[in-house]
Design a protein around this ligand. Structure first.
Ligand code: GLU
Length: 442
């Protein structure tokens, strides 16, 4: 069996970090099983769906490196929904309803007032042809519900939540189609999952009740339901569903200069029993990915943790992964020398300016002036190769008896203008002989 997953966002807005997490998990599960990862754009809501949001979703997935093996749009598939709807109608599994929103609301209030669950009473199933004719004469057109089978208990083994049981009598028959003929999410999703051969549906736990009804839709369409993994939702570091999370997406992460690898490494593992680890290559995360490791408690997303993880990952990135984004002239040696001092890749600009100069060095302490002159002389006579820094400091140590801070700090200050920074052994060859001599003699 080829594993096939799908990420099914509605192109009615930007993807937020919770959506990205779902996308990443769908992708990882497919990749782990050498399966297929599909993008399905749930754009049945013609009013609210926008091509620019669909483009944004594609761009976000591309930035993350989650390349879908195929893409479908629900708005291309109305004929299929219509055909399958007709079958369900012929089989008596969908039925027309004429209540207005206000009438339904009133029914619910009465039920709740009596302490009853607000389950739809199926009044529409008992309408006489005359009553229907009267509604139609009033100009009412029906919306449609899927008739749940009250005699078929609903159960599935959720990959995250374990055994799930629902009594269909306690569920309302879901509305699947509006009076204007447009589709709600429930049925088209199942028709597509069947048609696209989806083997695993991975989504948030806010869909658990939908799944209960959808399991009966799979059966009514003559299909075996896929496996389900309903993940606990994502919350902010303070443990609550925050507004901030809803606004965080690829746009913000890119503006902050964060790497896709950091987002993947974090979102792959928060909410699981696996430790979050800094890896630039997701292969080990994919190999170990398992829904059985997910907990039932909400996953906490902490922006501070993301930044730290990002920093650790930047320190692991190869030159090839970043070379297109580096300032002109930064060689592989330059990248490797400066990488350990970066929080984000863009920080390299400042360090590179220190390499190329000009720098503004603090005026040397009086007692350091002869020391720096000696350093310039020593440097002038040493071969300027990869070993020049240890050779220089060894010689100065022997000549002057200085050690530790007194040996190193005046040199660093004169050569970089700063008290701290990248390893001088890597930096000095980048600065170059002439420029280094100039700085020591300044
Ligand atoms: N469009 C639905 C959503 O974004 C898809 C849910 C699903 O994965 O079936 O919630």
């Amino acid at each position: 069996m080829t594993v096939i997953t799908r990420f099914a966002p509605s192109p009615t807005g930007h993807l937020h970090v919770g959506n990205l997490r779902t996308a990443i998990h769908n992708w990882m599960w497919a990749r782990r099983h050498n399966g297929r990862f599909l993008l399905r754009l749930d754009d049945t809501d013609i009013e609210r769906s926008r091509p620019e949001y669909a483009d944004g979703i594609r761009a976000d997935l591309a930035w993350l490196g989650l390349t879908p093996d195929d893409e479908v749009k629900q708005s291309d598939r109305f004929a299929l929904y219509e055909a399958r709807f007709s079958e369900l109608r012929a089989a008596g599994r969908v039925y027309p309803c004429y209540e207005t929103a206000q009438e339904l609301d009133l029914k619910r209030k009465v039920q709740l007032g009596r302490g009853l669950p607000p389950v739809y009473d199926r009044a529409a199933l008992n309408l006489t042809p005359d009553q229907i004719a009267a509604y139609e004469a009033e100009g009412r057109t029906p919306h449609w519900r899927f008739r749940l089978d009250h005699d078929a208990p609903i159960a599935w083994e959720d990959m995250v939540r374990g055994s799930q049981h629902f009594d269909p009598k306690l569920l309302s028959d879901p509305v699947i189609r509006r009076a204007d003929g447009s589709w709600l999410y429930m049925l088209p999703s199942v028709i597509d999952d069947v048609d696209m051969g989806i083997t695993h549906v991975v989504r948030g736990e806010d869909h658990v009740t939908n799944t209960a009804a959808q399991i009966q839709m799979f059966a009514a369409l003559g299909a075996t339901p896929p496996a389900f993994a309903h993940e606990a939702l994502l919350v902010g570091s303070e443990g609550k569903l925050s507004k901030r999370l809803g606004s965080l997406g690829v746009g913000t992460f890119r503006e902050q200069g964060l790497e896709r690898q950091a987002l993947i490494a974090l979102l792959a593992r928060i909410g699981t029993s696996d430790p979050v680890i800094p890896v630039a290559d997701p292969a080990p995360l994919i190999a170990a990915f398992d829904f059985a490791h997910f907990g039932r408690a909400p996953a906490r997303f902490d922006e501070g943790e993301l930044k730290l993880l990002n920093q650790k990952i930047v320190h692991l990135l190869d030159y090839d992964a970043v070379k297109d984004r580096l300032p002109d002239g930064v060689s592989e040696a330059g990248w490797l020398a400066l990488r350990p001092n970066l929080e984000i890749v863009a920080d390299i600009t400042n360090w590179w300016r220190i390499v190329t100069g000009p720098i503004i060095a603090p005026v040397a302490e009086a007692e350091d002036a002869p020391y720096l002159a000696a350093a310039a002389d020593a440097l002038a006579s040493l071969p300027f190769d990869a070993g020049v820094w240890p050779a220089l400091t060894e010689r100065l140590k022997a000549e002057t008896g200085r050690k530790g801070k007194a040996l190193f700090l005046p040199l660093r200050r004169a050569l970089t203008g700063l008290d701290h920074g990248p390893d001088m052994a890597a930096l000095l060859p980048l600065i170059g002989r002439d420029e280094a001599l100039k700085r020591l003699s300044a």
